[in-house]
Structure formats: C-alpha cells, structure tokens
Design a protein around this ligand. Sequence first.
Ligand code: SF4
Length: 366
Amino acid sequence: MMYDLLKDFDPQKIIKANSLPEETECLQIIKKKNINFNDIAKLLNSESSTVLEAMALESRNKTLKRFGRTVSLYTPIYLSSECVNSCIYCSFNHNNQLERKTLSFDELEKECIEIKKFGFDSILLVSGESKKHAPVDYLNECIKIAKKHFSYTALEIYPVDFEDYQLFKQSGVDGVTLYQETYNETLYPKYHLRGPKTDFKYRIGTMERAGKAQIKKLNIGALLGLNDWKEETLYLIFHLQFLKKHFWESELAVSFPRIRKHAGSFNPPFPVTDQQLVKMMLVMRLFDETLGLLISTRENAAFRNSLLKLGITSMSAGSKTSPGGHIGAESQTQFEISDDRTPLQIQEYLAAQGYEPVYKDWEQGI
Ligand code: SF4
C-alpha cells in the first residue's frame, strides 16, 4: 500500500516549487501547529541562519515539553555478520572475504549479562540477512533470551513476513528498526546488487507488516549519503504520515544513519554535512513533536553532544559492531564507531548537561 502511494509522490517537484523561500514566511512556518510538504521544503531550502536558529529553538522547546530532560540509551548486539546481500556500501557485503560469525545462544546469553552490567535495559538485536545462519527460528530464540535480561528488545534484521512479526511479538519483541536505505526506486538497485534486499517493494512494506503485527515501536531511516538529503527527508515524512494514519497505536521514530568509513572503499555520492543532518532532524521535530529521534555512535562525540539539546531523544552507547564484540570475540566490524565513550562517560556527560539518562523505554508493568 505504501509502495503504491509512493509512486505518485514527487519530492523533487515539491523541492523545486519552494526553492526561494522568504525568511519571514519561514519564521511563520516554524510557529505553525501543522506543517505540510511545501512548508517542509521551504525550511529545507532556506539558507537563512536566522531561520535555522529559530528552527533549533522551536525543536528544543517542543522536545523538552514532550520528553523532558531525558535521553534513552540503548546498545546493539550483533547476532550475525553472515549476509547474502550485496550492498555496495557495507563491509558485511557478500563479496567481502571477511571472517563471518553468528553468535551461539550461549554467547548471546554472555553478551546480555556483560551489557547488563552497564545498567542497560534496552537492547537492539542486529543481524545480516542469511536465512541459513540466522533463520527466523534462530532470531525468535534470540528474542526470548534477550527478553530474560532486558525489558525493551528491538530488532534490526532483514525484513520478514507478517506471520514472522507476529511470532516475534509473541516472544516479546517491542520494536522494529529498518532503514529503507534510499526511497528513490531508481537509485536503489545501483546500491543493492544481489540478494533478497534487491526487492525494493518488499522492503518498503516492512513497517506495514510490523505495524499490522502490533509491534509497539517502528523506527525508520534512510542511509544518508545515497541520495539527495532533501528528497530523502520528504520521503521519510511521507512514510511517517502513512504509518501514523494506519498504525496510530505504534510509536514512531526516525534514525539518521550517515555513511561512515568501513573496510571497503565506498564513497557516498551525496555526502550529507553536519548542518544538513541537523536540519533534517529539526524539520522532523517540527513535523511531529511525539517522534523519537535517534542518533548512533556512527557520529562523533562532539556532534552527538551538540544534537542533544536540539531534539534527540535516544542514543546508542558502548556500541560494538561485530558479533561477540561485548565479550571480546574477534570478528570484522560493520562500520567504525566514532563515539567510543563508555556508557558511564556518556551518562556523566548527560548529567553534567542536566539530562537524565534512561536505560529503559517503559516500565515492564505497563
Ligand atoms: S547493509 Fe545489511 S543487508 Fe546489506 S550487506 Fe550489509 S549486513 Fe547485509
């Protein structure tokens, strides 16, 4: 359904139609209760620093009003680096001759115990796509193990069928994260050469299947660097609007993964600057003050610190991007970590800024 609607959506047309926004009009847009796609395009196109500052202030106020001075902290567990896909930007790419690893249930249990020592109560289970090494049954068992240790468990794995999301839900999964990578269907095949991930349509329907299975939190994103950042921003908001309308019981969140250096040699053709990433985040907040906004350790400490007061609600911490990384197992990482502060150091920084780190998303009893 989302796929059919997407075909009639033309973000470039909207961006071009709003290419010369007036500063005064932009300042009025920022104060509007509901902003539309033309408003968003005007804010994205504006080059006024006054507008940017006003956006930052409004985003900060809306975030404080809704979330208070809290930031939830989570960490990923990489379950498997086996992957049959060929995404040209990823070091787990099927073509790379790297050592692969899939965690045993025993190793997963140990990782959970290790992570729990830092106080985390939210976990993100991550896996490459290999139905042979990490089939649905394996992932389902991993969810059950994680749920013994953490009240909030989310998945960042390959897209699965509706029935599989139902199964995961029964086993206790709370959230599903899946990035479309790029919403531009013409560019998509240039980055995804082989494997099931080449199916753009199946991927774009993922959140519909997860939402229908009543997964509580749906987290979307575009991989920044694959396409024009303004176009992806409009696509993301289009997707959010669709999810809000059809799955209003689920919480929605957006992540801003920016392509980082990795073991391969991929240079993003549409590099996104810090200021552009900030603008993306600010318009998301102006569009919807209830949205979760996430930033990972792909970004460096100074930049993450600066985002804190602009609208970010969730951060990863103490991340290891290889299976077994938390218990010292040696294997290839998916991308390099830029913020290598320990969870304690991040916690101390947050406290110094007057923020409270939250290690769980909600009380188990709710
Ligand atoms: S991005 Fe994901 S699906 Fe693509 S090669 Fe890497 S692990 Fe596999």
